[in-house]
Design a protein around this ligand. Structure first.
Ligand code: ZN
Length: 702
């Protein structure tokens, strides 16, 4: 545990925010130092505060508690990430014997000094009740290794000494706030307070002191653990597990099956799909191979804060058989066991507590897969990543706790209170009602204008999109444009060559490793060539057919086993062409190869309906792109078309607009809207062609 406090860095930040009180900025600085250390807090865990005297609007002195906003991240907190609360008002609440959660939430809100600031941390009352100017709180791994023990008191005392107070586990909220404050009142000599199965609180009169006390005690805990377990490694842990040749494909298969088995219909009847996040580094693979693997899955979380992301227990998958049906059987069995046990836990807790509430979904979030590592699920990609990070830390900490003594998490009763605590559930945020939420879409030819337009519409509809292209600079450009607009987590890119089946397969394995599978495939990669048959070289025809026909075939073929393993249906939307029905002279290579791809898509519609996969075609005409991302097809054929018709670029666009019935220019976004329509399955349609051409009678599908 390293003390990262640097006086000059603290001063630099104070200068950077001249309009804020210096003490608030010093608070901000040490909060960030805590936030960047993942062994102290993870993803919005932990909270910090400072009490300041400020002038209110009529010039009177007012004591204000500035505490981290709920759901905020200490690592990146800004001055406005702290919520100001009227301290004297909050302190009066301590006189109460009991304060229901809803009223506590109300009290925290009505004591805000600015309506615009975020909601305060759910642990804000604890910060208010302790008398110190600064309070720091973390869920440090090392502290939890000591506290989640049958002999927790002994371990904490031995490791941290007599100046640390030990408070038994108390439910978060008013009870914990009051319990810790009362303890401090009786024991004012303590420098820190450890709450069993929860974490540690330090305090002081300066930001530096409170932070350094945190570092000192967590450091002590780490040193104690290291010393105690020296030489006592868990048995059966291979030091460096070897990766088999089929490691990547096994990992992809198991992710696809897990994701498929856990997809389900929500209360609203809509399909809920998860995104997957993998941790296949040495540590997690070792953990998956150890004798304790099952036990660390079956034991509860390190600190109750984690339960909303990971659920209390994990699922152990003991084998990845080569046979897909067998693999599915194993995963289904384990997921069903989890669901049954979750159902029992919910029922018994509801009965015991005599409360009425709607059960959360009973699906696991964390899987430990033998030889592979950890697979985490989340309704958003961010949620999956948070779950993976938390579970990775938790598994390692549990292994250490098991060597140290007897791992003992909190009871189901306490766990239920935390899991179903309304304030805690709020941190998950509302699941976007977006049309394609939960879907993973793959677009080939992602570096071009149509690829960009389709991706844009899919992202706006809530899907996570993976772009693919062999032209890396163009791919990067489109990727960064979309990442800026929709956030880096929503968009990814993988380079593969659609003309090479092995390359496609590898690309799809990589996509499954990053996200868990594929729900929507958009074969869009295409090239064109202008030549009459008389002048068309056979090898040029091969090249165009290679991308337009064989490329479409390759990606459809490689997606079939994925759709089959997932077992949740899916969509393929082939970007075909108006030319399939209405070809033009000197455009044989393009039109014929596109017609071939079109026919292949219809065959796919026939073959894939059996497992719920729909295959449809969109037929655009003359999509030009813009200055940012041009259409490669028009870069190629535009000059020739302009020459033969005696037009400039604007004139050419106008020519295509005027030749349609509706006199409307076709854009890439129009094509994207059609893809969104098919992917959202609003009609029972497969094998259909949707023209996106402004209306061209010769190209009406028939
Ligand atoms: Zn906490």
């Amino acid at each position: 545990m390293k003390n990262l406090f640097r006086e000059n860095e603290a001063r630099r930040l104070v200068r950077k925010f001249p309009s804020y009180p210096e003490e608030l900025i010093l608070r901000l600085y040490t909060s960030r130092l805590i936030g960047i250390d993942q062994t102290l807090v993870l993803h919005g865990g932990g909270n910090t505060s400072v009490k300041l005297k400020v002038k209110n609007i009529v010039g009177e002195d007012q004591e204000v508690l500035f505490v981290k906003g709920s759901g905020g991240d200490l690592a990146t907190i800004e001055p406005d990430g702290f919520v100001g609360l009227d301290l004297s008002g909050l302190r009066k609440l301590r006189r109460l014997g009991h304060l229901p959660d809803e009223e506590m939430e109300n009290q925290l809100l009505v004591h805000k000094i600015s309506a615009r600031s975020p909601d305060p941390s759910v642990e804000a009352l604890l910060h208010a009740f302790l008398p110190h100017r600064l309070v720091d709180h973390t869920h440090a791994d090392a502290i939890l290794i000591l506290t989640n023990q049958k002999r927790a008191n002994d371990f904490v005392r031995e490791a941290l000494g007599s100046k640390v107070g030990i408070v038994p586990y108390l439910p978060s909220g008013f009870a914990l706030a009051k319990g810790v404050a009362e303890f401090y009142k009786r024991n004012p000599e303590v420098e820190a307070i450890v709450v069993l199965n929860h974490g540690i609180f330090t305090f002081g009169e300066s930001a530096r002191l409170s932070y350094e006390t945190m570092i000192r005690y967590v450091g002590k805990a780490e040193a104690y653990i290291k010393n105690k377990i020296k030489g006592k490694l868990l048995v059966n842990l291979p030091s460096k597990p070897v990766r088999t040749k089929d490691f990547a494909s096994s990992l992809a298969r198991v992710c696809q099956v897990i994701r498929g088995v856990c997809a389900h219909r929500g209360h609203d009847g809509r399909m809920r799909r998860f995104y997957a996040e993998i941790r296949d580094g040495d540590e997690m693979r070792k953990a998956s191979l150890g004798r304790e693997a099952k036990e660390i899955c079956q034991s509860g979380v390190l600190t109750p804060d984690h339960v909303i992301w990971t659920k209390n227990r994990a699922v152990y998958i003991e084998d990845i058989p080569k046979d897909d049906a067998l693999l599915r059987q194993i995963v289904e069995r384990r997921v069903n066991e989890f669901k049954v046990s979750y159902g029992k836990y919910f029922k018994s807790q509801v009965a015991e507590k005599k409360v009425k509430c709607q059960p959360l979904d009973p699906y696991p979030r964390i899987f430990l897969v033998k030889g592979v590592g950890l697979v985490a699920l989340g309704f958003t990609r961010k949620a999956a990543q948070i779950a993976a990070d938390i579970a990775e830390h938790a598994m390692q900490a549990k292994l250490l706790a098991m060597i140290l003594g007897k791992y003992a998490p909190i009871s189901d009763s306490h766990m239920f209170d935390m899991e179903y605590w309304s304030l805690q559930q709020k941190k998950l945020g509302k699941i976007s009602p977006a049309l394609l939420q939960g879907q993973i879409a793959v677009i080939t030819g992602g570096g071009g204008a149509i690829g960009l337009g389709i991706a844009d519409r899919l992202l706006a509809a809530g899907a996570v999109v993976v772009l693919s292209d062999i032209d890396e600079p163009r791919l990067e450009k489109v990727h960064s444009l979309l990442a800026k607009k929709y956030g880096a987590q929503q968009i990814d890119r993988v380079v593969f060559d659609v003309t090479d089946y092995t390359s496609v397969e590898k690309g799809f394995i990589e996509i499954s490793r990053r996200l868990g599978g594929i729900d929507l495939l958009v074969p869009n990669a295409g090239i064109a060539h202008v030549a009459k048959i008389e002048d068309l070289l056979p090898e040029t025809l091969d090249k165009v057919v290679g991308v337009n026909l064989k490329g479409t075939f390759n990606v459809i073929k490689a997606s079939v086993p994925i759709f089959r393993r997932q077992g949740t249906g899916g969509n393929i939307v082939v970007v075909s062409s108006k030319n399939v029905f209405d070809p033009g002279a000197a455009f044989g290579a393009y039109s014929a190869s596109k017609a071939g791809a079109h026919q292949m898509a219809k065959i796919a519609a026939l073959e894939l309906a059996e497992f719920g996969v729909r295959v449809n075609m969109v037929n655009p005409d003359a999509v030009f792109g813009d200055e940012q991302v041009s259409s490669r097809l028009w870069d190629l054929i535009g000059p020739e078309r302009m020459k033969s018709r005696g037009l400039d670029p604007e004139g050419l666009r106008e020519y295509y607009r005027q030749r349609s019935l509706l006199k409307i220019s076709v854009t890439a976004e129009h094509v994207g809207n059609a893809v969104v329509f098919f992917a959202s399955e609003q009609t029972p349609t497969t094998g259909a062609t949707l023209p996106i051409d402004g209306g061209i009678p010769a190209a009406f599908p028939r």
